[in-house]
Structures are given as C-alpha cells and as structure tokens.
Design a protein around this ligand. Sequence first.
Ligand code: ROI
Length: 171
Amino acid sequence: MPEQLSQHEVYLGLGANLANPVAQLQHAIAALRRLPQSKLLAVSALYGSKPMGPQDQPDYVNAVAKVSTTLAPLALLDALQQIEQQQGRQRKAERWGPRSLDLDILLYGHHTIVSERLTVPHYGLTQREFVLYPLAEIAPQLVLPCGTPLQTLLSRIPLNGLEKLSATVCE
Ligand code: ROI
C-alpha cells in the first residue's frame, strides 16, 4: 500500500440510474469538492449510457473525476462510501442492479491494489465504454499501470449508445 501522506492522482468513476441520476451526480461532484486532504482537479461531462448487466433497469448517467489526494486508498474508499450513503445508496443482494449512486476508484496513481475491499485498477475499467470515454475526455494521454495506453483500449470498445448529455456540472 502507498504511504499515507504523499500526493496521488486518482480517477473516480461516477454512476447512477435512480432518483434523478443527473442531480445525483451533480451532488456527488459537489461532495467530491469537499473531500478531506484532496483537491478536485477535473470532471468529465455527464454521459447517458445503456445499462451493463440486467437490461430491465433505467439508463445510467456516468462521469469520471480526477482528484489529487493524500488519503490512503481505504480512507478514500470510506469517504466515497459515506457520500454514497448520504445520497441514499442502499446495498441490495441483487448483483448489477440499479443504484442511486456508485463511486468507484478507477485508478490510484500507478498503484495496483488487491485487497478484500478494494481492487485497483477497477476490474471493469478496460471493458466499459461509460468509463473509458469520459476518462479519455479528461486524460486523453493516460497510460494504465499495465502499460496499455487508454487510446488503445478506446479503439476496441464501441460507444454502445453512450452520449454526452447537455446537463452541466457546476464550477
Ligand atoms: N451500467 C452503466 N451503463 N453504467 C454504470 O455505472 C453501471 N454500473 C453498474 C452496472 C450494474 C454494472 N451497470 C452499469 O454497477
């Protein structure tokens, strides 16, 4: 695990498909601005996306944010889960079911983390258009810890109906 007080560039995935998903993401971004020991550096546009997993659920709204933080990975995870809970997230037994807010640590610097609570890079990162395209919007030159350029992954993953929404994220 990385030491606690060095600065790390972290990419976070945001997703919601319940309870006014655009507002959920806007509130979550406001909460990310208040994260302790952290600075919000960039946020992608909001994107509408088709559900991955069970299709009998509403479309999602997704975005990616870049944060600089001195929080250790599990402290960051705790803070993100607290934001999810404040916004009414209920963890249900159903795998890949709908959710009011999902905040995922996609990348934590160039670190690879495998622990009971956390796997980084996020296991879905390389497969999910609703993560890769918003990520490329704010970090087009990014190279993953495995050495693969983000642009190489993008060229393999179709948009699958992903669309930029006109809703804005407040400054
Ligand atoms: N599908 C989309 N489009 N966006 C998500 O954020 C998302 N999150 C999930 C599952 C249920 C896998 N499907 C998703 O957790």
